[in-house]
Each structure stands twice: as structure tokens, then as C-alpha cells.
Design a protein around this ligand. Structure first.
Ligand code: GAP
Length: 445
């Protein structure tokens, strides 16, 4: 994890936020390559969830919702973690995760195990960030930053049903920021206070909920394999009844083998009719499906929910590799080509050669209309390749002396390091085809 954090910082993927003010614990800013990576992951999720299907529509709901939403959802009352303070070291811990925490005075021990530890009794701490709507703090002005995007979907169920003319089974998907005042954030982006969720609520006839629940576990697992996570580092773990959230009739975590051990990447939950029933009760607006022949029911909901942050950590861990090539070490991020921040680099071999520069620039300008490509003429060619390896660029096109003679370029493959020559006029088509090819992790599953 340390190597990944340092690579992310060095290459400007992700770095600690508010650094010039000393930082703000566990908040991060995304630099250029981080933004490109996030955009690609969102696009791949959006394609799989919406563009490649007929039964799911998109939504972008507000971050600040009516405060009654969070009463209906159970968050005001129950979205809490038990918290203990240590009177000696003044640190705060989750009472249910003491075995994962380190004592502030003696890090080899867990809080409460060292003789100087003096823990308070656990008290419940609500994870929602509060804010005030309007200029005056008064009764009724309290609101919350959403702790999940899901509730914005439930409260729009009726709108979508009518406006998009849907009948179950159908889904509503959205991507957006969520906020949780986590007591113990950490492990880089794995647990942060501000994260970008990708959630989809799939509304089904009650009798079909178990079938759809299994379907969505399989679909989401297949998505991770499609985008190159190794099979051996993914598993599905079903929650026992004691572990499930208040709304859940069944939950399975798709877990990834992070450096901290097997941990939740994505959750798939069968939420039953909990949310629509509660919002009907609290808002007095009936949230149900009424069929053309008069049949009516409250649909049950299957929900796959994940954050970009957890996917990014999994992709970085999975793709990170170090190897020695020709007595030189290289660090490489073996991202799936459709996920990699930069798809191809365009490199004139000699930066001062006008002929090479002009051909390289015109190839770059052609490719950038459709792809994320980078032009780089800075430094020795070997160093330029290594820079691209480090950010996970799958292909590099090099323009050299031979290009001036016969209009061909070299394409270098990040994973195999194989090089072949192509006519410059065919590069665009070659890249389109290469992006469509199946890609498997080169180091096996
Ligand atoms: N709507 C259901 C829901 O929000 P959750 O298990 O609390 O369920 C869903 O969160 C997903 O959001 C998790 O599987 C994880 O991918 C991500 N997530 C939750 N808390 C997070 C945090 N503090 N930092 C990063 N990702 C988080």
C-alpha cells in the first residue's frame, strides 16, 4: 500500500487534500491522471448499467435532501457507530473495531490492552454530516449531507415510474458524492469521509427478488473480471443475519484481497420493500406500482452499491507490478486498456527533429479527437516509456527516422514489451481495434 500511495502522489493521481494548511485527515484531492482514471471507471460502470441495457435509467439527485428523508430511511436514528475515547492518549476508536486499531501509547497493543489505557464507555455517534439550510440557524433549518446516494433514488421512484414509463423489473442508477463522518477513516482511499458512490436500485416484483439478488451478484462480479481484476483476489461473502443492516433481507459483499486483507469492495443487498414503504409512511405519497389491469404492489429492491475509491484502490493494487527489464527496474500499472488514464503516448524519438515532431504532432492531434492520448518529447526514449508504464499507458507510438522514410511508426505494448511497425495512416484503426480486444491480467488469475 505504501508503494501505491507514493506512486499516486509522485505521478499526481491522488494526494492529501489541504496540504498547505497541514492536511485534513483522510481527505484527498485527485490530480490529472486520477481524474482521467475516475472518468473512465464511471464511464465503464455507466455503460454496463445503463447504455448496454434496456431496463435501467439514470438519475442525478441533490446532495442535500429534505431532512425527513433521513428520518424515513432510518439514518437519523440508526446510522451510528459505537465510539470510545481514551482519556490517556485522547484518541477515538470504534468500539466494535478495537482489534483493528492500535493503542496510542503502545502501538503493538490494541486500545484497552495496555496498562495506561483508560477507555470511556461506548456511546453512539451518528456518521451524518450536519449542515444548515438558509442564512439563520434555527429550528427546521438542520439538514444533512447525504451519506448514500440511494435515498435520492427512492424518493424519485414515482417520478421515474411515470416519466420514464417503466414497469418492474427496472432500475435507477446514479453516481455522486456521499459523505460520512467516519470515526476511523484510513487505509488510503479505502475509508474516507467524502467519496463517490455508484449505486443502482433495481425494483422487482416481490416474488422475483431472490432471483434478481443472485443475478446482480453475478453481474457485478463479472464486471470486475471484465475490467481485469484477478479472479483469485475476488470473492463473494454472504452476510449472516446478525451482520445485516436494518433494511436488508440478504446482503453479499464482493470482497477484494486488499493489502489489509479481504475487505468489502461492493455490497449487493436485497432491501425488500423497506425503503418505499417507509417513504410512503413519512411523506404520505404512495410509492407503489399499479399495473394496467389494476394489480398493485410495493416493489422489492435489489441494490448493488460501491464507491469509486474502493474500485480505484483495488485496480491500483491489482495492476501494480515491478520487474527488471534489461537490467533496469520498471514499475508498471497494468490497468485494463479501457480503464487506463492515458490510452496511448505519442513519442517523437528526437525532440529537435522537425520532421519527426511534425508527424508526431499530427498523429497526436488526430488521435486525441477520440482518445485520451499524451504527447511527450521530454528526455531519453527509455525514460519516456518508463513514465508511461508508471501511469499504466497500454501503448506507445514512436516516430523515428524510418517514419520519415516510409510513414510507419513503432507501437510498443506495455505488458509484453513487444514492438511492431504499423503504417501511420492505420494507427487510428489499430487503436480502435486494440481497445475492443479482450484483455486479461498478464500475470494470470
Ligand atoms: N446504499 C447502501 C450503502 O451505502 P454501504 O455498504 O454503506 O451501503 C456501499 O456502502 C459502498 O460504498 C461500499 O461497498 C463501499 O464500496 C462504499 N463505501 C462506504 N463507505 C465508504 C467510505 N467511508 N469510503 C469509501 N467508500 C465507502
Amino acid at each position: 500500500m505504501e508503494k501505491i500511495v507514493s506512486l499516486c502522489r509522485r505521478r499526481g493521481f491522488v494526494f492529501p487534500s489541504s496540504e498547505i494548511y497541514g492536511g485534513l485527515g483522510s481527505t484527498y484531492d485527485y490530480g490529472h491522471y486520477g481524474v482521467l482514471l475516475k472518468n473512465n471507471l464511471k464511464a465503464r460502470w455507466f455503460e454496463a448499467m445503463i447504455l448496454e441495457r434496456d431496463d435501467i435509467v439514470a438519475l442525478d439527485s441533490a446532495v442535500i435532501l429534505h431532512p425527513r428523508v433521513w428520518e424515513a430511511s432510518g439514518h437519523v436514528e440508526g446510522f451510528t457507530d459505537p465510539l470510545v475515547d481514551c482519556r490517556t492518549c485522547k484518541l477515538r476508536f470504534r468500539a466494535d473495531k478495537l482489534e483493528d486499531s492500535q493503542c496510542g501509547r503502545k502501538p503493538s497493543k490494541h486500545p484497552g490492552e495496555f496498562k495506561e489505557c483508560d477507555l470511556t464507555e461506548p456511546r453512539q455517534f451518528n456518521l451524518m454530516f450536519e449542515t444548515t439550510v438558509g442564512p439563520v440557524q434555527e429550528a427546521g433549518s438542520k439538514a444533512y449531507l447525504r451519506p448514500e446516494t440511494a435515498q435520492g433514488i427512492f424518493i424519485n421512484f414515482k417520478n421515474v415510474l411515470q416519466l420514464a414509463r417503466r414497469r418492474p423489473p427496472f432500475g435507477i442508477a446514479q453516481i455522486g458524492k456521499s459523505f460520512r463522518n467516519e470515526i476511523t477513516p484510513g487505509n488510503f482511499l479505502f475509508r474516507v469521509r467524502e467519496f463517490e458512490q455508484m449505486e443502482m436500485e433495481f425494483f422487482v416484483p416481490p416474488a422475483d427478488s431472490e432471483r434478481w439478488y443472485r443475478y446482480w451478484i453475478d453481474e457485478r462480479l463479472a464486471w470486475y473480471l471484465r475490467y481485469g481484476l484477478r479472479r483469485g483476489r475476488l470473492r463473494v461473502r454472504e452476510h449472516g443475519p446478525e451482520e445485516r443492516s436494518h433494511y436488508s433481507q440478504g446482503t453479499s459483499d464482493i470482497e477484494y484481497l486488499y493489502p489489509i486483507g479481504w475487505s468489502e469492495l461492493e455490497g449487493v443487498a436485497n432491501r425488500g420493500d423497506f425503503d418505499l414503504t417507509r417513504h410512503t409512511e413519512f411523506s404520505t405519497t404512495k410509492l407503489e406500482y399499479v399495473g394496467p389491469d389494476g394489480e398493485r404492489y410495493v416493489p422489492h429492491v435489489i441494490e448493488p452499491a460501491v464507491s469509486l475509491e474502493r474500485i480505484i484502490v483495488a485496480m491500483l493494487v491489482d495492476g501494480y507490478d515491478e520487474e527488471v527489464v534489461g537490467e533496469r527496474e520498471r514499475t508498471v500499472l497494468r490497468f485494463h486498456p479501457q480503464v487506463a488514464p492515458v490510452t496511448a503516448a505519442i513519442l517523437p524519438l528526437i525532440a529537435k527533429d522537425e520532421g519527426m515532431v511534425s508527424k508526431a504532432r499530427s498523429l497526436y492531434e488526430e488521435l486525441r479527437k477520440r482518445h485520451s492520448v499524451e504527447y511527450d518529447d521530454n528526455g531519453a526514449i527509455g525514460r519516456r516509456y518508463r513514465r508511461q508504464d508508471e501511469i499504466g499507458t497500454p501503448w506507445a507510438f514512436t516516430i523515428d527516422e524510418q517514419t520519415l522514410a516510409d510513414d510507419t511508426v513503432t507501437v510498443r505494448d506495455r505488458d509484453s514489451l513487444a514492438q511492431e511497425r504499423l503504417p501511420i495512416a492505420g494507427v487510428r484503426g489499430w487503436l480502435d481495434d486494440a481497445l475492443e480486444r479482450d484483455w486479461h491480467p498478464p500475470k494470470g488469475d
